[in-house]
Design a protein around this ligand. Structure first.
Ligand SMILES: Cc1cc2nc3c(=O)[nH]c(=O)nc-3n(C[C@H](O)[C@H](O)[C@H](O)COP(=O)(O)OP(=O)(O)OC[C@H]3O[C@@H](n4cnc5c(N)ncnc54)[C@H](O)[C@@H]3O)c2cc1C
Length: 470
């Protein structure tokens, strides 16, 4: 009997799962496994935030539950453990006499450290580790350049790949699985409902898992046809429909980017192909790009000086100051609304992420890494490459040729929330205040706010600083 252990990581799906398909092709029996790595699931970031806070914990738990159900549908099941994969996997291999471990390879430092350690431990017991791919639209082997030569500029990268390389077809869902006998499947950790903090907003209703991911894909493309207008709506902030919301499913691997591409092409063939449908593909290219950057530059993506190794002087690491941003107490309604959304749902729009990051870096003059770590802690779609890549881009130490992306928040408010609908949704105590006052709060006095029933300092904080005062 040939046996393979399939270690599910951020590829929590049956469709287009190369590691699963390869293991099924070679082995007679398999052990499908997911490990809740306690360092990641319960650990702390370097600035002391939970590494995986409640929103993403919930999403992952749902996703693993769904994976187990889907595996059962084809005759399998999922073994679940909590601890260190590099210790648990060799133990299971020894106990059940597995010949191989299959997994989709990760590329960022902490994940690579674990897989290297695992590989070394497996060598000592004669088990072979085999790596597959599953994160990107393109296979690195298909790219017209080696990773070490991949462009640092997105526009160059895009031009070199988009017209030249074909996206491969996603792999089919396996039809059956034969499990190794007498497996002890183990329990999926449970979160008490009381701990949950999903109060508002449609995004809080998203459930983790492949089933939900495929249904969201179908909704955004085929059912609602919202993708036809994506380019015009993607910069909005309020609600479910302005952007795809594929990111949490991509980050846990509930959706394969190749599957999204396949459905997008189908939509273009059957319904319409326009600037918006192209733009969704364009954004998926950004995601691939940041992953390549992470592969090329290694741990520099997590370093304060960034890819450019730049020395940044004069930034603050005062955590009491940081907490004002984190807890949505800046007195700048556009920032606080976004931070409220993040804290209450684990999601924030791309526009909101740019606005809050710019405010922290350029107006509050804080170390960007603290903000990036806080996003890591909170986001349901946290992805190391996209998160740190985008923070560096805004901080001007990453892939952006400009010196950084300082945003004029008054302009941002006027353009993207002119009626302050988003602000009023997420900061309801300001719902009676006219939009103009909320977008440019520095221009108005306490008495002006009092006229609309808001006592600054009591009902809502006074602005912590004057916007755009450099
Ligand atoms: C400071 C900051 C931190 C970020 N952190 C993350 C993160 O941890 N995880 C994450 O997935 N995205 C991150 N992003 C990128 C982007 O904000 C989200 O991917 C997007 O908002 C997710 O919503 P959506 O799926 O509806 O996106 P859509 O607009 O519908 O885009 C479709 C897909 O394209 C990809 N995409 C879109 N914009 C970007 C981008 N700027 N960079 C990389 N990929 C992109 C995502 O996979 C997304 O799901 C960050 C952006 C900023 C500015």
């Amino acid at each position: 009997m040939k046996r393979a252990l399939v270690w599910f990581r951020c590829d929590q799906r049956l469709h287009d799962n190369e590691a699963l398909v390869d293991a099924l092709n070679i082995a007679d029996e398999i052990i499908p496994l997911y490990v809740f790595d306690e360092r990641v699931f319960f650990g702390k970031t370097s600035f002391g935030f939970p590494k995986t806070d409640i929103h993403r914990q919930k999403f992952i738990i749902e996703s693993i539950g769904d994976l187990r159900i889907n595996l059962k549908k084809i005759g399998g099941n999922l073994v679940v453990r909590t601890g260190h994969p590099e210790e648990i996997i060799p133990e299971l291999c020894r106990k059940y006499k597995a010949n191989w471990v299959y997994c989709n390879r990760e590329r960022t430092s902490e994940e690579v450290h674990v897989q290297d350690q695992l590989e070394a431990n497996l060598w000592t017991i004669g088990v072979e580790m085999r790596y597959d791919r599953g994160k990107m639209l393109y296979h690195t082997a298909d790219l017209p350049f080696p990773i070490t030569q991949s462009p640092d500029l997105f526009s160059t990268y895009r031009k070199e790949v988009e017209k030249i390389i074909a996206v491969r077809k996603p792999l089919e869902v396996p039809t059956s699985i034969k499990l190794v006998e007498n497996l002890n499947f183990g329990e999926i950790p449970n979160l008490s409902v009381n701990e949950m903090n999903f109060k508002r907003g449609d995004i809080g209703k998203l459930r983790g898992g492949e089933t939900s991911g495929l249904s969201e894909l179908n909704y955004y493309l085929h059912d609602s046809k919202l993708v036809s207008n994506y380019k015009n709506t993607r910069n909005q902030m309020l609600g479910r429909d302005y952007s795809s919301k594929f990111s949490p499913f991509l980050s846990q691997g509930n959706l394969s980017p190749k599957k999204i591409y396949q459905e997008l092409k189908l939509f273009e063939d059957e319904v319409e192909s326009n600037e918006s449908t192209y733009h969704l593909f364009f954004e998926l290219l950004w995601r691939d790009f940041f992953r390549l950057i992470a592969k090329k530059h290694g741990s520099k993506i997590f370093k304060q000086g960034g890819l450019k190794n730049k020395t940044i002087n004069g930034y603050s690491e005062d955590m009491s100051l940081f907490n004002i941003w984190k807890e949505a107490r800046t007195g700048i309604p556009l920032v606080d609304a976004n931070m409220n959304e993040l804290n209450q749902t684990g999601f924030m729009s791309n526009r909101g992420r740019q606005i809050t990051a710019s405010f922290l870096i350029y107006e509050m003059k804080m170390n960007w890494l603290i903000g990036a770590e806080y996003f890591e802690s909170q986001l349901i779609d946290y992805d190391p490459c996209s998160n740190y890549g985008n923070w560096q881009y805004i901080a001007g130490i990453g892939t952006d040729p400009k010196q950084g992306r300082k945003m004029n928040l008054i302009f941002q408010g006027q353009k993207y929330d002119p009626e302050a609908r988003y602000i009023k949704f997420w900061v309801p105590e300001l719902s009676e205040v006219p939009a103009g006052m909320l977008i440019n709060p520095n221009k108005y006095s306490s008495n002006d706010f009092l006229n609309y029933g808001v006592m600054l300092g009591k009902d809502y904080p006074s602005p912590m600083l004057e916007l755009n005062k450099v």
